[in-house]
Design a protein around this ligand. Structure first.
Ligand code: FAD
Length: 380
């Protein structure tokens, strides 16, 4: 039987963030991941660190803490990170009104946020369609990573720098604190963190069944690398995104915008579509996404959803090539109405899940908070 201070189940971004937070505090950490490398939501996402989507207060602060940690670990673990910022582009008066209300009511006065005219957008972004553009919200805080690179490079970095021990191809099948059954062996840990993402069936299924948690399926696309080192600049999105992120929820004109979208283009709310585009260090454009809710999802993707996304994208973004090289979907855990789910099914065991569509944005910050409020973790 092998003992450690902290055992973590899952090597997605939530598990990795908790491994870092625990290891930085001097704890001996062991991580179990059932796949040979993480293949869940954490490698299937846009790789956007997106503080602008988080309401001012605890969540934006958490996102900014996470942003600072991303910058540190990217430098140390040697993966690309692009502090490219973001543009929310407005082509309709009701979108522009929401942006104006947002800026007027959002107390961010560090210069990272401002409205741009169409001419100023053209200076900042070679990709934004300026025909019919009324203006945009510029935010400097957004960054992109290639999740495939970052999530692959974090485990060796954590192992080398902090001595975190990783066991891949090792599913955890049962927990009875302090014991963990993993890969047919028994391990023990003072503190156990379950960061198992959209697997509600293996560990604590009864807890999950009563939690109200659901799973969200998102369709995504990626182009081949753009030619001649063309760069997108800031990540781009349009008016649909204003209806998606909680940071815009307080804007008085948002219901009017939502009603117009539902009336004119009901397929967008039907499939939970809002459209964003980012670019990774390889030059590929990452495009998405849709949102379908349920405990079991159709394993097959709908081509009409991808077409809706691309049609909307062409309204606000231009690039040398939008030829799609890959399509896929990802599934994340969500607890409706909540931004995360932290549960204690047994003394010594903490479940951290349901970061929904913001796990890349928030996990490093949330893990710092979890480790601070749970000082009993490790150190016997
Ligand atoms: C398409 C898509 C786009 C997104 N875009 C963004 C974005 O741009 N920005 C952003 O902030 N967020 C984004 N998100 C959300 C973000 O990806 C998720 O919030 C985050 O990845 C969840 O991380 P996780 O560690 O909980 O889950 P996962 O990444 O799924 O990791 C859970 C891991 O646990 C392992 N596991 C499960 N059970 C066991 C077990 N019993 N034993 C051992 N291992 C186990 C799994 O194999 C898996 O590797 C997006 C999500 C999707 C799907």
């Amino acid at each position: 039987m092998t003992h450690s201070d902290v055992i973590i189940i899952g090597a997605g971004i939530v598990g990795l963030a908790h491994a870092l937070a625990a290891a930085k505090r001097g704890f001996k950490v062991v991580v179990f991941e059932r796949s040979s490398y993480a293949v869940g939501a954490s490698v299937r996402n846009f790789g956007m660190i997106w503080p602008i989507g988080q309401p001012v207060g605890q969540l934006r602060d958490r996102a900014l803490t996470a942003r600072a940690i991303w910058k540190e670990v990217a430098a140390q673990a040697n993966f690309a990170i692009d502090p490219c910022g973001s543009l929310h582009l407005a082509y309709r008066p009701d979108e522009m009104v929401v942006l104006e209300e947002f800026v007027a009511t959002t107390p961010i006065e560090d210069g990272s946020l401002r409205l741009l005219t169409a001419a100023e957008v053209a200076d900042k972004s070679p990709a934004a369609v300026t025909n019919g553009l009324l203006g945009a919200l510029w935010s400097a805080t957004e960054m992109t990573v290639d999740p495939r690179e970052a999530i692959r490079k974090l485990p060796p970095f954590l192992a080398q720098t902090y001595g975190v021990e990783f066991h891949f191809d090792t599913a955890v099948t049962a927990i009875e604190h302090p014991k963990v059954m993993a890969g047919g062996k028994v391990w023990t840990g003072d503190r156990i963190f379950v960061c198992s993402g959209a697997d509600f069936e293996t560990l604590y299924p009864a807890l999950y069944a009563t939690s109200g948690m659901t799973k969200v399926k998102l369709q995504m696309m990626r182009t081949a690398p753009q030619s001649n080192h063309w760069r997108l600049g800031p990540s781009l999105c349009g008016g649909l995104t204003l209806t998606h992120y909680a940071s815009f929820a307080h804007c008085p004109s948002l219901p009017t915008l939502k009603t117009r979208i539902e009336t004119e283009t009901p397929h967008f709310p039907k499939w939970g579509i809002h459209v964003m585009v980012s670019q990774n260090a390889s030059g590929e454009l990452v495009i998405g996404d849709s949102h379908e809710y349920g405990l079991t999802h159709d394993p097959f993707d709908r081509s009409e959803i991808n077409q809706y996304i691309l049609d909307y994208l062409h309204g606000f973004a231009q690039a040398p090539s939008f030829e799609i090289a890959e399509t896929w979907h990802g599934i994340y855990a969500k607890l409706p109405g909540k931004t995360e789910w932290i549960a204690h099914p047994q003394a010594g065991v903490t479940v951290v899940n349901a970061l929904s569509g913001a796990g890349m944005t928030l996990s490093f910050g949330l893990a710092e908070e979890v480790m601070e409020v749970e000082p009993q973790a490790g150190r016997g």
